[in-house]
Design a protein around this ligand. Structure first.
Ligand SMILES: O=P(O)(O)O[C@H]1O[C@H](CO)[C@@H](O)[C@H]1O
Ligand SMILES: O=c1cc[nH]c(=O)[nH]1
Length: 236
């Protein structure tokens, strides 16, 4: 057990899907995994392990923001033998050519958080996805003819930022989506010698003020979850 996870040794599979919302973790376990059982519930940050097409896979919530996600990723990779974490999140778009329901794969993650400078002795750490996972996700998306975009995302500390002009800067620099965890998840994985990838569904367009309707949200999340599971299937 760790301070934040009360699973037993061996309860987690080596590959974990990680949404921010613990209830999305339960939804994935209930609807996509066979024989899933709950393995942790500290602070209601639920985690489950089951099977997908015969392969053992886990799913656990990360909470919102880099500090929360970093705790769970660190404990899973450090104490439970987890080798790959695939984030399945939501994000907001800032570019004209990104639309609701698009899937965004975070090849890299910019951030306004200071955590990676703390880790990296004040220098700028380039937070990048594991290339092997990235390749698998892109190949699986092509096979499924999913509309995925691959590139930089931005992991923000503040959901309600006072600096809204920054959204225009992000758009100019080609940021595909704004979310709150990937830049921390990528550096924890690097620190632990493990693999991480963030896949996000565009659930709102920040500059256009659009938000996905509930029915659309369900279908698009399904595309993202199945894509992540397809990647997870190919992990060792
Ligand atoms: O839908 P999830 O995975 O929680 O991701 C996004 O949603 C939350 C903010 O509403 C943040 O965690 C952000 O990263
Ligand atoms: O962090 C997030 C997630 C979804 N939409 C946003 O605007 N920000």
């Amino acid at each position: 057990m760790t301070p934040h996870i009360n699973a037993k040794a061996g309860d987690f599979a080596e590959t974990v899907l990680m949404p921010g919302d613990p209830l999305r973790a339960k939804y994935i376990a209930d609807n996509f995994l066979q024989g899933a059982r709950q393995v942790t519930d500290v602070r209601n940050m639920l985690g489950f392990t089951g099977e997908y097409q015969g392969k053992r896979i886990s799913v656990m919530g990360s909470g919102m923001g880099i500090p929360s996600a970093s705790i769970y990723a660190r404990e899973l990779m450090g104490e439970y033998g987890v080798k790959s974490i695939i984030r399945v999140g939501s994000c907001g778009a800032v570019s004209e050519d990104i639309n609701l329901r698009d899937l965004v794969v975070g090849m890299g993650a910019c951030t306004d958080s200071n955590v990676n400078r703390v880790r990296f002795k004040g220098y700028d750490y380039a937070a990048i996805a594991d290339f092997d996972l990235l390749e698998k996700a892109v190949a699986a998306a092509r096979k499924r003819e999913l509309n995925v975009r691959v590139g930089n995302i931005f992991s923000a500390d503040l959901f309600y930022t006072p600096d809204t002009e920054m959204f225009q800067v992000m758009a100019k620099y080609g940021v595909l989506g704004v979310e709150m965890e990937a830049a921390g998840l990528y550096s924890v994985a690097a620190e632990m010698g493990a693999k991480a990838l963030a896949i996000c569904t565009v659930t709102d367009h920040i500059l256009r003020g659009e938000a996905m309707a509930a029915a659309d949200r369900q279908t698009s999340l399904t595309d993202m979850i199945e894509l992540a599971l397809e990647c997870a299937l190919q992990e060792d």
